[in-house]
Design a protein around this ligand. Structure first.
Ligand SMILES: Cc1ncc(COP(=O)(O)O)c(C=O)c1O
Length: 338
């Protein structure tokens, strides 16, 4: 930074991003996941939000469909809606929040141009397994032949590094050639305010380099052009690093033990800083409203198109998580006699 001139630090970056930054991101992905990206497969963006927006514009025209899986990050709706495509949602597999393949195949109609996955997942904390990704890739390849058009896999993975001990978090693009990876440094190095991430298009994807050039055009249309030059340069030095993420697993274990002990049904999170237990009454909105009286801010699953569940975010100090336990105890005792 000290050696870089003012224009390099504070001027507009090139429309496809700063070359050495793109190269460094490609090298890091190749080293860590055995991929063969070059800089021509990488497009820096203002966070994952912008990466997703570019991906949706890349692979749809108005009238197309993007298929997502409940529970899902609700902002997918505005991102997709603005392209003129529509978001269709596969109902959840509440056993373990993997994929209900029967419902997936039912929803996979010829108007679907892209499938959107988010692993590790907000809000469930689940991580898609190699078996799930393999089965999904097989179905997509079969349906591409049947429909006579490409189907892209958009992988939203801002929580890629936040996985708990013993969990194997597969790199999605290894399972399917036409994968567009959307990444963000918001979570791994805890700097969401800096708005930096990227799109990475799998080298095996036909026309990958052309698609990256297209991102340069899309960025002007969506107004997310030229992410901060300063921050592009800064992330190069933390590509293979994370902030101390151990606090999330510690918080998760404290909450999981307490909530299951109280009688909640919870699929144990395998990553992220979220947990998605079943509410203690059918309407999770009513449940979450009652919890407010005890200073518990719980997000009803309806927000994620998964009614009957609620999300807890534990990206907070452990001391605060510990203080919440008594509030949970008082809440379930007073409201549900448990
Ligand atoms: C699943 C998911 N995707 C995308 C985003 C957006 O990430 P960013 O803040 O880097 O734009 C978030 C942010 O919370 C998220 O949870």
């Amino acid at each position: 930074m000290q050696e870089e001139g003012t224009a390099g630090l504070h001027g507009y970056s090139p429309s496809l991003g700063i070359d050495y930054v793109r190269e460094a991101i490609a090298d890091s992905l190749n080293r860590r996941f055995g991929m063969s990206y070059t800089k021509d497969h990488i497009f820096p963006t203002s966070g994952c939000a912008a990466a997703l927006t570019h991906a949706f514009h890349l692979v749809t025209v108005p009238g197309d469909t993007v298929l997502a899986f409940a529970p899902y990050f609700p902002e997918y709706h505005p991102y997709v809606d603005l392209t003129g495509a529509r978001l269709k949602v596969v109902p959840p597999d509440v056993k373990n929040f993997q994929v209900d393949f029967e419902k997936f195949e039912e929803a996979l109609t010829p108007d679907v141009m892209a499938i959107l996955v988010n692993t590790p997942n907000n809000p469930s904390g689940t991580v898609l397994t190699p078996e799930t990704l393999t089965a999904m890739a097989d179905i997509l390849k079969r349906k591409e032949k049947e429909f006579g058009h490409d189907i892209y896999l958009i992988s939203d993975e801002p929580y890629r590094e936040i996985v708990f001990e013993g969990v194997d978090a597969p790199y999605v693009a290894k399972y399917y050639d036409k994968t567009i990876t959307c990444y963000s440094f918001s979570k791994s190095v805890s700097l969401p305010g800096e708005r930096i991430g990227y799109v990475a298009i799998a080298p095996e994807c036909p026309e990958a380099e052309t698609m990256i050039q297209m991102c340069g055009q899309i960025s002007r249309g969506v107004g997310h052009n030229c992410p901060s030059s300063l921050i592009q340069r800064a992330v190069v030095s933390v590509l293979d690093m994370t902030s101390d993420l151990s606090v999330y697993e510690k918080n998760m274990n404290i909450l999981y033990k307490e909530l299951t002990g109280l009688g909640f049904s919870v699929v144990k999170p395998r990553g992220t800083f979220y947990m998605f237990p079943k509410a203690l009454e059918e309407d999770a909105k009513v449940f979450a409203r009652k919890a407010l009286k005890y200073d518990l801010l719980l997000v009803p699953g309806d927000t994620f198109e998964c009614p009957g569940y609620f999300r807890i975010a534990y990206c907070i100090d452990t001391e605060k998580v510990e203080r919440s336990l008594d509030a949970f105890r008082r809440f379930v005792k007073a409201e549900y006699g448990m």
